[in-house]
Design a protein around this ligand. Structure first.
Ligand code: AHR
Length: 495
């Protein structure tokens, strides 16, 4: 058979810590992302805790959501927090002009969101409205959330049922300010940001990290301007979506796609890798002390909407391709962990590359969910370089990518971790594993694959794409494993 690919983990050269926030989520008031998918209200027959559906919350607890971004997205720049406090029946209905023009009932507001975060045990990343709000409105929202003393806003919060201030870990000032967040130039945004950041005050010990809204893809001028002009910030955001065709008018189908769109989609993370390197060069020049992180707070596949659904709801199916795509993103984020300290998949439930999909009282875990679950041990792990040799190229049409991608780390419990993907949908690959040039004794872990590129979990067949236990032992001092075609494999390695 073919020569095995050699995978050698370099334990002697510890890299940066992989912030667990890289495995973060994003939930916007968009389609069924919040209403139906998470929030059913207290009167619902669907079992819920104070309105949040228990099945979905429990599934999300199992992947230990480290940070949750809310309320948008584009929605954030038209959200006025006062609409979402006080008795639910008296909250003003508004039009969600970003997403489908539907009525936003404001049943989910600050108190409800913070309750969800507490149920999930996650940090919160609240995105404030720079686009159509005021500095005062933003300042008061933060005060409402965090005030300790006997101020009018703290009293109002208490009257609305919350005595203690909440912890707010991250505070975003605007979203996609180059587009839906106000169509600004980077220099104009930087000036605005500085003014807003000045008034984003909170008590000592509960000051959120301030996050500036950056560019997307190869918009280096955003990173350049923001990092040169702003001092008071912890991070600059970055967005990049994976469109099979790269064409926003016709993005490509979520299922039943040709192999040419399998490879074109899986080629995106490699592009991201190169782009991030360029953004980091700028940061290294403007911020050599490494105070500014990159928060990759929107990423994931973006396909044509599911036929028959409102195109403004961004409903799409989720297949094995999405799981491999997620793992490839994780590898890129691990590689750039020195600067990339947070990433948030778009989006958590029912929207774009969702980890959970619901239909009334039913729920299904997507292949992407399983990719997250398999990588749990990588949270807060210390990254380790991996030397790969003999990796074949997988090529089709104008795309060519390495068939094997790998990422290794030392988990917080000291275990040696290895994540692998085989992007080639047609060919299994023999691998030979080593640690620091020496043979490996055994591996145990989980394998995710399926017969078809577009295999998915449906409500009537929820376990079609599900991780399977995997193990192998050395023979005569070498450990050989077969990495199945189109797969994700996460291993604990025993050197
Ligand atoms: O995730 C969907 C949308 O994509 C977000 O609201 C926006 O920030 C981006 O354009």
């Amino acid at each position: 058979g073919a020569e095995p690919v050699r995978v050698d983990i370099q334990t002697g050269q510890a890299g940066p810590v992989i912030a667990r926030q890289i495995y973060g989520q994003f939930a916007e008031h968009l389609g069924a992302g919040i209403y139906e998918g998470l929030w059913v209200g207290t009167d619902s027959k669907i079992p819920n805790v104070r309105g949040w559906r228990s099945d979905v919350v429990n599934a999300l607890k199992a992947i230990k959501v480290p940070v949750l971004r809310w309320p948008g997205g584009c929605f954030a720049d038209e959200y006025h927090w006062r609409d979402g406090i006080g008795p639910q029946s008296q909250r003003p209905p508004r039009v969600n002009t970003s997403w489908g023009g539907v009525i936003e009932p404001n049943s989910v507001g600050t108190h409800e969101f913070m309750d969800l975060a507490e149920q999930l045990g996650t940090e919160v990343y609240i995105n404030a409205n720079l686009g159509s709000g005021t500095v005062q409105e933003m300042a008061q929202w933060l005060e409402y959330l965090t005030a300790e003393g006997d101020t009018a806003l703290a009293r109002e919060r208490r009257a609305n049922g919350r005595d203690k201030p909440w912890k707010v870990q991250y505070w975003g000032i605007g979203n996609e300010s180059w587009g839906c967040g106000g169509n600004m130039k980077p220099s104009y945004y930087a000036d605005q940001y500085k003014q807003w950041a000045t008034f984003a005050k909170a008590p000592r010990g509960n000051r959120p990290k301030l996050v500036a809204s950056g560019g997307q893809e190869l918009e280096l001028h955003w990173t350049e301007t923001l990092s040169a002009e702003i001092k008071q910030m912890s991070a600059i955001t970055h967005h990049q979506y994976s469109l099979p065709t790269r064409d926003w008018k016709k993005k490509g189908a979520a299922i039943g796609f040709p192999e040419s769109e399998w490879i074109s989609t899986l080629a995106v993370p490699q592009t991201i890798d190169g782009y991030l390197a360029k953004h980091r060069e700028i940061l290294d020049r403007n911020d050599p002390a490494k105070k500014f992180a990159i928060y990759f707070d929107e990423w994931g596949s973006w396909y044509d909407p599911e036929p028959g659904t409102d195109p403004g709801f961004l409903v799409q199916r989720n297949t094995l391709r999405d799981a491999v795509l997620a793992a490839l993103h994780f590898h890129v984020f691990h590689r750039h962990a020195e600067r990339v300290k947070m990433a948030n998949i778009a989006q958590m439930v029912n929207v774009l590359q969702a980890v959970v999909i619901t239909d009334k009282e039913r729920m299904v875990l997507t292949p992407t969910y399983h990719a997250f679950a398999m990588h749990l041990p990588f949270m807060d792990a210390t990254s380790l370089p991996v030397q790969l040799s003999g990796v074949p190229t997988y090529a089709l049409g104008k795309y060519s990518i390495p068939a094997v991608s790998a990422s290794a780390a030392k988990g917080v419990d000291g275990k040696l971790l290895l994540s692998l993907t085989n992007t080639n949908p047609n060919q299994a690959l023999p691998l030979q594993l080593a640690v620091g040039g020496k043979g490996v004794r055994a591996v145990t872990g989980q394998l995710l694959t399926a017969a078809a590129m577009d295999a998915e979990n449906r409500f009537e067949a929820p376990d079609r794409v599900k991780p399977q236990p995997f193990k192998a032992q050395a023979k005569d001092g070498t450990l050989n494993v077969t990495l199945p075609a189109k797969s994700v494999l996460v291993l604990e390695v025993q050197p």
